[in-house]
Design a protein around this ligand. Structure first.
Ligand SMILES: *[C@@H]1O[C@H](CO)[C@@H](O)[C@H](O)[C@H]1NC(C)=O
Ligand SMILES: *[C@@H]1O[C@H](CO)[C@@H](O)[C@H](O)[C@H]1NC(C)=O
Ligand SMILES: *[C@@H]1O[C@H](CO)[C@@H](O)[C@H](O)[C@H]1NC(C)=O
Ligand SMILES: *[C@@H]1O[C@H](CO)[C@@H](O)[C@H](O)[C@H]1NC(C)=O
Ligand SMILES: *[C@@H]1O[C@H](CO)[C@@H](O)[C@H](O)[C@H]1NC(C)=O
Ligand SMILES: *[C@@H]1O[C@H](CO)[C@@H](O)[C@H](O)[C@H]1NC(C)=O
Length: 680
């Protein structure tokens, strides 16, 4: 096996175009469709002072006339949220610990911890705002709780029908090392009432109920999260698939999701329950990491950290000896209500929630948070610069990196941000000229990272950036030299860190979820991986450069082929291309960019499929993006040096073999492949 010149240690993914369009549609519809606010029932109590009620030692009640929130004391569980015509939007049949709560999964044995607290404190109490805290200090005798000090904060403001929630988590230096895989805030809503879920303008639907997922009403598919609804209570849903991973979103787009209740028979009003995430500075993994949103339960989640779509490569190990503290949130739990006399009550509630979400984004960072660990706007800083790309094989002139993603994230290698769960991240996109302005950066140590649509690799500025409170930091013009060793001979796909441009087969008609029907969501349908074995039953992908079309002839995932119910075989994809002449003494470079990998190994051979492999990725990946309907997981780039004597004048073939079988979901998604000639 010959050497790889460099394995640029990249990482990341994307979504740019679709998401830019989606974002602009979002902004457009928000501004162009002013919602007549009288439709929304805000009652006539907008000006009520916020009241705090602590006479019962077991509960704490906060009420502003629009929403009344009941907490269990001192656990900090949310046990009641009253709004509109609903005395409690939370599932009253559930125990107090299973309605509205923070939780985490930690340790070698994936211990589940409900983050129950021990003390209640009032942080602020005025007519305009009440901020309360439920906290606890870790006790080394408590083996079931993560080694973590926890301070759960809740804020109710005058005039806002909702609850701001955040948590300050801290590990003291002497706390034992521990992994923390997943941290979230979860809500279980009233199952009899909340049937309609909304994630975006197009991803909305009447959902199955929790009961519909029971074994007598559904059939488990390839993994327990995915079921086929065989006998749902609502017969319209029979024959559909439900899987919570179909409702994932990238962090950068996950600003709003939630549920709408059925209309009340008497007063015909409906209630919306929404999770608004005004910033993703505190969410693990950067702008493109995908996370769960809402799903059957009815459940609504604010995910702060997890290994979803990243797997074991996500850095979740917290060492003893290192102090760590992080503020997760605030997020806003927003409630609205409207009457069905209004012709489309769901649209009214969704549009109002969108407006509120825009309002929250615009007021970030909040000026009403009392924790010293949450800097206000004055305590933060703006970082500006301009990103230019230099790739002389593409263009003699320098190129402006328009719509590039640029971000500050904890110090590390290029691309390390996509695995970082511990620190804060601040991302923006450049304008047409490559200029960027990253606002509201918290004090701390960072590196500047970027990736540019249309170019491979990850950029990291060779500068340690320490942010202190203040005005602006000007970085000037920054040049990115993407990996490149010679002229492009051919390429497959678009360097954008995802596999969406490749062939995405039609789903099995018997295994569809209509929430994925929009063209841009087709890849979220269940079971597409199995279509490979149907379509390529007798032979694998053969891609002929100059003839084939990547959107028809390059399957979106390189998976194994089923040979029986539980047996599979490796698959070898071929790229055929012509070389008019070959430089025997020069080096060629195969740029192999992956959008995802799960227990896979890609071996690369040239012209002889039976030779010893020239290159292997070795066993890589556990991002599970194929099973979870992500169109990418973690980004990886391999720059494989190929000595000219490996090729011949005329027809050549590159063989890509996926050799590993850890089950149906072993495989990779390619982002982009390019063959470069020797340097000229
Ligand atoms: C994990 O579980 C094993 C087996 O029950 C036990 O021996 C071990 O101590 C546990 N580890 C931790 C960190 O709790
Ligand atoms: C919990 O609150 C008490 C009282 O305000 C405070 O003294 C203590 O430091 C807090 N602990 C944590 C872990 O926040
Ligand atoms: C940045 O900090 C790291 C870790 O302290 C150090 O190794 C590196 O040399 C620094 N880089 C620059 C450009 O100062
Ligand atoms: C490739 O196929 C797609 C999908 O059928 C089609 O829209 C596109 O025009 C084709 N491209 C070329 C170069 O033929
Ligand atoms: C072959 O490649 C080498 C190394 O890049 C270069 O020096 C040489 O000029 C090339 N030969 C031809 C005939 O292009
Ligand atoms: C080709 O690559 C090999 C291995 O990296 C290196 O030793 C050799 O010097 C390179 N040859 C040229 C002409 O660049």
């Amino acid at each position: 096996m010959e050497k790889v010149a460099k394995r640029s240690h990249l990482k990341q993914f994307s979504f740019m175009l679709i998401m830019i369009i989606e974002l602009s549609l979002f902004l457009h519809s928000v501004s162009s469709q002013e919602i007549p606010s009288r439709k929304i029932l805000k009652q006539d109590t907008n000006s009520n002072a916020v009241r705090l009620e602590t006479s019962n030692p077991d509960t704490v009640i906060v009420d502003n006339g629009l929403v009344q929130v009941t907490f269990e004391n001192p656990s900090g569980y949310l046990i009641g949220i009253k709004h509109g015509n609903l005395d409690n939007v939370l599932e009253t049949r559930n125990k107090h610990s299973n309605r509205g709560y923070w939780d985490l999964v930690w340790g070698d044995n994936s211990t589940y911890d409900k983050m129950e607290t021990e003390h209640f404190n009032v942080i602020t109490q005025t007519d305009d705002l009440v901020e309360i805290s439920f906290n606890k200090t870790w006790n080394s005798h408590d083996r079931n709780s993560a080694p973590l000090n926890i301070d759960k904060r809740f804020i109710v403001r005058r005039g806002v029908p909702g609850i701001y929630a955040y948590a300050i988590l801290e590990r003291e230096q002497n706390f034992p090392s521990a992994e923390m895989y997943q941290i979230r805030l979860a809500f279980k809503l009233l199952g009899d009432k909340f049937h309609y879920m909304a994630l975006s303008d197009t991803r909305q639907r009447v959902m199955p109920t929790g009961v519909d997922r029971n074994t007598d009403r559904s059939q488990v598919l390839a993994f327990k999260e995915a079921v086929l609804l065989t006998n749902p209570i609502n017969p319209d849903l029979r024959g559909e698939v439900d899987d919570k991973y179909q409702y994932s979103r990238e962090n950068k787009d996950n600003k709003l999701h939630g549920w709408i209740s059925d209309s009340d028979k008497e007063d015909r009003s409906a209630v919306g329950f929404w999770i608004i995430t005004p910033s993703n500075e505190f969410i693990a993994g950067g702008p493109h990491k995908q996370e769960l949103t809402s799903h059957v339960g009815p459940t609504a989640l604010a995910m702060f950290s997890s290994t979803h779509y990243a797997g074991r490569d996500m850095d979740t190990y917290y060492e003893q000896g290192k102090h760590w503290k992080k503020v997760l949130g605030p997020v806003l739990i927003y409630l609205n209500s409207a009457s069905t006399k209004d012709s489309d009550v769901r649209k009214t509630l969704w549009e109002d929630a969108k407006q509120q979400s825009s309002k929250e984004v615009a007021s970030w960072p909040y000026n009403f948070i009392r924790s010293d660990d949450y800097p206000s706007a004055q305590g933060r800083r703006t970082v500006r610069g301009q990103l230019i790309v230099r790739d002389r094989y593409m263009k003699n002139k320098l190129m402006q990196a328009h719509s590039a993603f640029v971000g500050l994230a904890p110090p590390g290698e290029a691309g390390s941000w996509q695995e970082n769960a511990k620190g804060y991240q601040f991302w923006t996109q450049t304008d047409r000229k490559g200029r960027f302005e990253i606002n509201h950066v918290r004090p701390g140590d960072y590196n500047l990272y970027a990736w540019v649509h249309g170019f491979i690799g990850d950029f990291k500025l060779d500068l340690n950036i320490t942010i202190k409170p203040g005005n602006k930091m000007e970085l000037g013009t920054i040049v990115y030299d993407p990996p490149r060793n010679g002229p492009t001979l051919w390429e497959i796909g678009v360097p954008d860190r995802k596999a969406a441009e490749f062939f995405i087969p039609d789903p099995y008609p018997s295994l569809m979820n209509p929430i994925c029907n929009a063209p841009e969501d087709r890849y979220r349908q269940y079971g597409l991986w199995d279509r490979y074995s149907d379509i390529y039953r007798h032979g694998d992908v053969v891609y002929t450069v100059g003839k084939s079309n990547h959107s028809k002839d390059w399957f979106f995932a390189h998976v194994l082929r089923h040979t029986g119910k539980n047996t599979r075989e490796p698959t070898t994809w071929q790229i055929k291309f012509n070389l008019d002449n070959v430089n025997d003494t020069g080096n060629y470079t195969l740029q192999l960019a992956l959008a995802s990998a799960t227990f896979a190994e890609i071996q690369v051979r040239f012209n002889d499929p039976y030779s010893l492999e020239h290159f292997s990725t070795r066993l890589i990946g556990s991002d599970n993006a194929i099973a979870r309907h992500g169109i990418h997981g973690l980004y990886r780039l391999y720059s494989i040096v190929v000595p000219g004597y490996r090729f011949r004048k005329g027809q050549n073939t590159i063989f890509l073999t996926q050799t590993r079988d850890a089950g149906t979901f072993s495989g990779v998604m390619y982002d982009y492949i390019r063959l470069e000639g020797p340097a000229v």
